[in-house]
Design a protein around this ligand. Structure first.
Ligand SMILES: [Zn+2]
Length: 434
């Protein structure tokens, strides 16, 4: 390969990772982890593979730094993906096809792209003796798409020794370009994440003949309760992590920021608008329903499962809002929950801001960075328990007409080839600067 275009290897690698079927819970996760570990072994490194359960494999690899006295930087990634229904796609979702300037397939943006970029950078650096400024710890963590129970959560509990010495991490969830104003771009680096919970809502009654006149029907009661879970039931809360990005967008866009109407600032962010709006409110969506066993019997119980997303550190406040919306005829119980990610006091001062901005500017002269809160969740929620400060930084320059967020867990997931080259080069630069 032409030495000047070493980063182009990230495209073939991304496609190959997509062809490894790592749909969550399937048999492919171990094979994909071994494949990535083999690349690192070939580069002269010594990956350690561990399993929380048979086949549920994670790997951790230490990369030497030019200055071994510096703390290592953890880079956390996952190779598992959410399932894809082939009939809904324009290409076979596990094909890794390269077409029309994109690499297509499940995992192309979440997050085999970053995995391919990091593997490409580290392999080239080891081959050419260009050590990163500080040591790196590369972690490919299992089960991220199931809240990391058998991956990051397990590793933090059972094998924290593998991450010893790490105080800072980068991972997915931030770093893509938002076009703002007249040809400027902001790359949000995430420092906070909403918390997630799976909740059960239950309405109870007495089973009876469906010919009786009654309003005491658990199905009706449940339906009315979850029917009230509309967006406007959850008021706007402007948290500092969201405000800082909205102010930056307004500043770059040349508009005044109005804290009374933060939604107006979200509208300046194009496709990013929906994502930013999610950062202003708690939410709860009914995603599963269960009731009844015969059409002429009123059942004794009806249940719904909710996917809840709450602003970090505000669980009690969320429960009050939820209770007010559901009313007092139903019972709520918690099935599972993560705490999200709350920024530490050092966020915003750290060297990471200078390094990420300079690395981006080396490839995109108008790049600005800003902290922000991710409305989804990542393995950072587990890693913070080890005192590791986590940042979402997967640098991607996007074409302005691409609705990037719709591709996450969506159909026709794909990443522009040029964006993959860009992120590989920016990560390479970042490892010299941070
Ligand atoms: Zn992901």
């Amino acid at each position: 390969m032409d030495r000047n275009a070493w980063w182009e290897g990230s495209v073939g690698l991304c496609a190959e990772l997509i062809r490894h079927d790592t749909q969550i819970g399937g048999p492919g996760e171990r094979k994909a982890t071994e494949y990535a570990a083999e690349i690192l072994s070939d580069a002269g490194l010594s990956p350690v593979i561990v399993e929380s359960e048979p086949g549920r494999a994670s790997s951790v690899t230490r990369v030497p730094g030019a200055d071994p006295s510096l703390d290592p930087l953890l880079i956390h990634m996952h190779l598992d993906v959410v399932p894809a229904q082939a009939h809904e796609w324009s290409v076979p979702p596990l094909s890794g096809e390269v077409r029309d300037g994109y690499v297509w397939g499940r995992g192309a943006v979440d997050m085999k792209n970053m995995a391919a970029g990091v593997l490409t950078v580290v392999s080239d650096r080891m081959r050419t003796g260009r050590l990163p400024r500080r040591p790196l710890v590369l972690a490919f963590l299992a089960d991220e798409e199931n809240a990391g129970v058998l991956g990051a959560e397990w590793l933090v509990r059972e094998r924290p020794d593998l991450l010893e010495g790490c105080h800072t991490a980068i991972g997915e969830g931030g770093g893509w370009s938002i076009p703002v104003g007249d040809g400027r771009r902001i790359y949000p680096v995430h420092t906070a994440e909403k918390g997630w919970a799976a909740l059960q809502v239950k309405a109870s009654g007495v089973p009876r003949h469906a010919s009786r006149l009654t309003d005491a029907n658990p199905v009706r009661i449940l339906g009315e309760a979850i029917g009230r879970l509309t967006t406007d039931r959850f008021p706007v809360h402007l948290t500092p992590e969201v405000e800082v990005l909205l102010r930056r967008i307004c500043e770059v866009g040349g508009v005044d920021f109005d804290p009374e109407h933060p939604e107006a600032a979200c509208a300046l962010a194009g496709f990013e608008q929906a994502n930013l709006l999610s950062g202003l409110r708690n939410s709860a969506h009914a995603t599963r329903l269960s009731a009844g066993y015969q059409s002429n019997v009123i059942p004794g119980e009806a249940t719904a499962e909710l996917d809840a997303r709450y602003l970090p550190g505000r669980w009690e406040e969320f429960l009050e809002e939820l209770g007010a919306a559901l009313g007092d005829e139903v019972e709520v119980s918690e099935l599972a929950r993560t705490v999200g990610l709350t920024p530490t006091s050092t966020s915003g001062e750290s060297r990471i801001w200078e390094a990420s901005r300079a690395a981006l500017r080396s490839e995109d002269g108008v790049a600005e960075v800003s902290p922000f809160m991710l409305s989804g969740g990542t393995d950072a929620t587990h890693l913070q328990r080890l005192g590791i400060e986590c940042f979402g930084f997967n640098p991607i320059l996007l074409p302005p007409d691409l609705d990037f967020w719709s591709l996450f867990h969506g159909i026709d997931e794909r990443v522009p080839v040029e964006s993959l080259h860009f992120s590989t080069r920016v990560l390479d630069r970042f490892f010299d600067l941070y």
